[in-house]
Design a protein around this ligand. Structure first.
Ligand code: SF4
Length: 334
């Protein structure tokens, strides 16, 4: 619950709303997992809480540790509903990112993504999103510095729960993570981007672009049938104009599909037309007979993009050995 929702609930129980603040701090700062631990609350009130409420948690199913330090946890959120969450420390230990899921499976089927092959089993509730962070931090014994909504699911298809949980992570009374440390992504759900702009959400925003050609993008991004590239780029321009900040494009590099000179030149045109930066990510899955790009191919593609003058980042793909890298979640069947 957000503090506001908790205050409403506490008032309904006939208690003073300052009790909500105590419970909120107990849950997110002290990380209590049952009402008996809330020693600042009177015993009678704790008993009432036990009757009227529950502190729920997702259950750890599998925990894998990569040789590069990445850790992947599989959680059962409900009977038969499994999600994955990834802890990604960077080499300098300064940045510790948790990649969280927003849905069980995904209704989209981006061609490079293993999650898209799973049956869709529903949206995660706010507590199931927030508890991924609580559980992962407990397991690794550390706190994250960044959160990315880039795990299983399309965040814009679970908009309300995603935004509510992002605000909980941003709240100074909980994780106090700066809005720039929380990144929400989409494969291109334009209605979600429009809502994000209208509500002037402060969080970082990323679009999975993955192809610069308006005719062929749909062959790897099914969402392009509904929201074609031109419409998506218009909403990206609206984003940067209205919110006055840069948007991030994610680009999975697939040799023979979206790399090479012709695609690079088309991509440069797009990059020049939007206030953006681009993250280049080598393909991790080898679905459809595709292969990963080699270093030469990545360097050549990157060089071709330099004339766009936008920041180009080469994203590492940690956790490949535990199927924890980008596009690999749920690559292992349960
Ligand atoms: S990349 Fe994201 S939106 Fe696309 S299928 Fe995978 S989880 Fe769904």
């Amino acid at each position: 619950m957000s503090l506001h929702a908790l205050e409403t609930f506490i008032k309904e129980l006939g208690e003073n709303s300052y009790r909500a603040k105590q419970i909120y701090a107990g849950l997110y700062k002290d990380r209590f997992t049952n009402f008996d631990e809330f020693s600042t609350l009177p015993k009678t009130f704790r008993e009432l809480l036990k009757e009227k409420a529950e502190i729920l948690s997702i259950k750890l199913d599998k925990h894998l540790i990569s040789k590069d330090g990445t850790q992947k946890m599989t959680f059962a959120v409900e009977e038969g509903k499994v999600i994955e969450t990834v802890w990604i420390p960077t080499g300098d230990e300064e940045r510790k990112t948790i990649c969280i899921s927003s849905q069980v499976g995904c209704t989209l089927s981006c061609a490079f993504c293993a999650t898209g092959l799973l049956d869709f089993k529903g949206n995660l509730k706010v507590w199931q999103i927030v508890d991924q962070i609580l559980q992962v931090e407990k397991i690794v014994g550390d706190r994250c510095t960044n959160i990315v909504f880039m795990g299983m699911g399309e965040p814009m298809h679970n908009y309300d729960s995603v935004i509510q949980s992002a605000h909980i992570f941003h709240d100074p009374q909980t994780w106090n993570l700066g809005a720039k440390r929380i990144t929400i992504s989409t494969a291109g759900v334009v209605t979600g981007i429009e809502r994000f702009i209208k509500n002037k959400e402060p969080f970082n925003f990323a679009i999975s672009l993955n192809h610069p050609n308006p005719v062929t993008r749909k062959t790897i991004m099914g969402i392009d049938e509904k929201y074609p590239l031109e419409v998506l780029l218009k909403s990206a321009r609206d984003f940067t104009k209205t919110l006055g900040r840069r948007i991030t494009f994610e680009y999975i590099m697939i040799p023979g599909v979206n790399m090479g000179k012709e695609n690079a030149l088309k991509l440069v045109k797009i990059l020049r037309s939007v206030n953006c930066k681009i993250n280049l990510i080598p393909l991790n899955t080898e679905l459809h007979g595709w292969r990963k790009p080699n270093e030469d191919e990545i360097d050549t593609f990157r060089e071709l993009l330099k004339s766009s003058k936008v920041p180009i980042l080469n994203r590492r793909s940690p956790g490949k050995d535990i199927n924890g890298a980008c596009g690999m979640l749920a690559a292992v069947s349960y």
